[in-house]
Design a protein around this ligand. Sequence first.
Ligand SMILES: CC(C)(COP(=O)(O)OP(=O)(O)OC[C@H]1O[C@@H](n2cnc3c(N)ncnc32)[C@H](O)[C@@H]1OP(=O)(O)O)[C@@H](O)C(=O)NCCC(=O)NCCS
Length: 178
Amino acid sequence: MNSIIEPLSIEPMLPSDLAAVLNIDRLCYTSPWFSGVYETELSNRSASYFVARQKEMVAGYAGLWVIREQANLTTLAVHPSYQKRKIGERLLITVLEEAHYRGANHMTLEVRENNRAAQNLYRKYGFQETATRRKYYVDNGENAVVMWAEDLRSPQFQHWIAQQKQALEELYRRARTE
Ligand SMILES: CC(C)(COP(=O)(O)OP(=O)(O)OC[C@H]1O[C@@H](n2cnc3c(N)ncnc32)[C@H](O)[C@@H]1OP(=O)(O)O)[C@@H](O)C(=O)NCCC(=O)NCCS
């Protein structure tokens, strides 16, 4: 892991974050979203979007929709210069907590078949592969892997998430005092 760990705050995404978010989108995705998509999402009452901020810089972001008991992870990305510093994990914990807060019990997502980094992250947080959507991505015809995390409301999952969050906070605290 990169040894430079600055204090990190996770906050609701604001319209003023969109330039930085769109820049990361372009660096991370072959089919980035247009700014209008984010503008619509920010006013969607079923959606929540968060940014990870380090020293005022947007280092990453994540979003979800919640409809009744089901949450969908819509996006998660970390600026390439900030990857492998547990920021993706912190963002994923935040969206899992938000899903729970909004009453969801399951979360689903699609991820590119060749995106091992993201799949590893999702598996680490209890997501399992349930299906493949063939040629889902129009830019290169890549398959999507559909993943689900179940029983978000169970005391076991909530306890485990709280432990993961505490362990990450401890990691950041230790790195800052070393
Ligand atoms: C996927 C992504 C969000 C991970 O963010 P990150 O901040 O770099 O990841 P973290 O440091 O929090 O890593 C957490 C876990 O993810 C997995 N992981 C992250 N990067 C990885 C890599 N390059 N190779 C393999 N596994 C990786 C590991 O399981 C890791 O846990 P570990 O440190 O205990 O091994 C980031 O690589 C990214 O933005 N990628 C481009 C956008 C993208 O693909 N988004 C997902 C769309 S579905």
